[in-house]
Design a protein around this ligand. Structure first.
Ligand code: SAM
Length: 227
């Protein structure tokens, strides 16, 4: 899988895409993440990519031309499954969307800034608009980081133990069961007996029951989405 992130602040994401799970996924050759500085596609000597909005509104707007030039250059090299724009008025990002996007081969994620991007780009080049929540961030970089992390960690082979990702919250519209590690008794705070029993089937049953109970108590809305 390949993800191309277009941003005016690539330095914000450089460390993030090199480290931890994303870094390891790239070293294993499972994923490629490329950062593109939108200013490299500016056509003026000041490398400006924004201008005043028509209509005299406040703030600045990212111009069509650099975005079009950057996306066109990428599309000339390969086909993309989706050209995603991060935006607060987009479709809410969630685990099912991450699952679907993790099956894609090539994705572009465009990070907005200022008041956003010229709407014509959204009409003509963007295929999917995604929000990470009902609040407004300064730029799309954090949204791109959130999405990239959630997508890449479920690409087969990225996490050593695939079962681990499948038992995380929101897979199957359930919250995860509680987890514990050694020591089994810390200051008299003990671990549920069943987890020390070695009885695999009963432990699985306990895990599922805990998931249901926690989901019912904390996120009953998820249970309504279950078949
Ligand atoms: N004027 C825009 C509006 O009211 O919808 C907000 C612009 S915001 C200051 C600048 C950029 O940050 C957006 O274009 C978008 O790329 C990104 N952004 C802000 N909040 C976001 C969110 N909740 N989800 C995804 N991207 C977001």
């Amino acid at each position: 899988m390949r993800i191309d992130i277009i941003t005016v602040l690539p330095e914000l994401l450089e460390g993030f895409v090199r480290e931890s799970i994303l870094g390891r996924a790239q070293k294993k050759g499972l994923v490629e993440i490329h950062l593109h500085n939108l200013r490299d596609y500016a056509t003026n000597k000041y490398r400006r990519v924004d201008d005043y909005p028509f209509g005299g509104f406040a703030g600045m707007v990212m111009q069509c031309e650099p975005i079009d030039r950057c996306i066109s250059a990428l599309k000339a090299e390969r086909d993309y499954d989706e050209v995603i724009f991060t935006t607060p008025d987009g479709e809410q990002f969630d685990q099912p969307m991450a699952n679907t996007l993790s099956l894609c081969e090539n994705l572009i994620i465009l990070c907005g800034h200022y008041k956003g991007i010229d709407y014509r780009i959204r009409e003509h080049l963007i295929t999917k608009e995604v929000s990470i929540g009902d609040y407004v961030l300064t730029g799309g970089e954090l949204a791109a980081a959130v999405m990239t992390d959630a997508i890449v960690r479920i690409v087969p082979g990225v996490i050593g133990d695939e079962q681990s990702a499948l038992s995380d919250s929101f897979q199957d519209n359930l919250l995860a069961a509680p987890v514990y590690t050694r020591p089994a008794d810390y200051k008299g705070w003990t671990v549920p007996e069943i987890l020390l029993s070695g009885h695999e089937a009963k432990i699985k049953e306990w895990e599922l029951q805990q998931s249901f109970e926690r989901t019912k108590a904390l996120r009953p809305d998820l249970l309504k989405k279950k078949d």
